[in-house]
Write a protein that binds this ligand. Structure first.
Ligand code: NAD
Length: 308
């Protein structure tokens, strides 16, 4: 019989988060200022900044884009860390590429790092440390795009709320096609920390991420399986291949699969909904909502600890 999968839109997933953000900003009557630093000439960064600006205006966040010479960025970030009028900092990468961009990511204070890309948050994420403090009052910031995908999976009820927190993906097999340092790798670690078995596929190889119950965090192992082997085993397939030509054949997928595309190109074939139980074709609106949610968290941390 013909099955037609549910189409899940990013606008639907982000709606309740946006309402909550608006409500909170209204109730607390505080200024919330996010500054974006643009130090490259990347048109997609400009586009992302425009989308962010519009969305911030709608929820009541003051967003300012500052164009800056890349050689001045380091000193500018250090000054922004100290500036009480700036509550969140974001930087559009790549700038220099490679190691120097990583160095710059680490120049942003953890109390202003809305993207969650500084070393403190990355380390805590990979080690499944969920708070900055022992009293659990300052939850760690999770990178926006992986966090958006987690919220979409929660909305789709791939997370089993009957299971204990931290193990709600137990029993799920998930393939992630992309292992970039900003999306694919952190996402694999986060979903494995929540109990899933992950096949992380990139252009060169496959890795398996899964939770080690004794360590209470994920471990990673080499894996001989190829994409064609793991797709029929996967309850969820998440793809982020930045290429127009790249297509996952619907035929290779498990019936009733949950499919999420985060690439700017459509990685699934047009007939994906014939096979999938649920399909989300683009996640951008949820990513922006998570950026804003991270910002409000940090705003609250700054008020709790004004000397940070
Ligand atoms: P990237 O270039 O850093 O990483 C691409 C990844 O895809 C790499 O791991 C690479 O090995 C893998 N890959 C490439 N070709 C492959 C193939 N044929 N088979 C398997 N794996 C392959 O890119 P990125 O920063 O991770 O971004 C990826 C895409 O996601 C882009 O289209 C970007 O615009 C989009 N993106 C969307 C959001 C959002 O919130 N909507 C956020 C970040 C990135």
């Amino acid at each position: 019989s013909e099955q037609v999968g549910r189409i899940i839109s990013a606008a639907d997933v982000s709606a309740s988060f946006r309402d909550a953000l608006k409500e909170k900003i209204n109730r607390k009557q505080y200024d919330v200022k996010l500054v974006g630093y643009l130090a490259n000439n990347d048109p997609s960064a400009e586009k992302y900044a425009e989308v962010t600006a519009r969305s911030c205006r709608e929820v009541g966040i003051n967003f300012e884009l500052r164009r800056i010479n890349r050689e001045h960025l380091e000193d500018t970030l250090l000054a922004a860390n100290e500036d009480d009028d700036i509550h969140g900092i974001m930087v559009y990468y790549p700038i220099f590429g490679g190691g120097h961009d990583q160095y710059l990511q680490n120049c942003v204070s953890p109390y202003k790092d809305v993207e969650g890309l500084c070393h403190t948050y990355r380390f805590n994420m990979y080690h499944n440390i969920r708070s900055l403090d022992k009293a659990n009052t300052l939850k760690c910031i999770i990178p926006c795009t992986p966090l958006a995908i987690i919220k979409i999976l929660e909305y789709m009820e791939v997370y089993d709320r009957e299971k204990p927190y931290g193990n709600q993906l137990f029993g799920r097999t998930i393939t992630i096609i992309n292992r970039s340092e900003v999306v694919g790798r952190p996402l694999a670690a986060l979903l494995a920390n929540d109990g899933a078995k992950i096949y992380s596929v990139d252009v060169k190889d496959t890795l398996e991420f899964k939770k080690d119950i004794n360590k209470q965090k994920h471990v990673v192992a080499d894996c001989d399986l190829k994409l064609a082997d793991v797709l029929p085993l996967s309850d969820v397939v998440i793809s982020g291949v930045p290429s127009k030509e790249y297509k996952i054949s619907t035929e290779s997928l498990k019936p009733g699969v949950v499919a999420i595309n985060f690439s700017s190109f459509k990685n699934f074939e047009d007939n994906i909904a014939d096979k999938a139980a649920m399909y989300c074709s683009a996640i951008g609106k949820v990513t922006v909502a998570m950026l804003q949610r991270n910002l409000l968290r940090l705003r609250e941390y700054q008020m709790k600890n004004p000397y940070l």
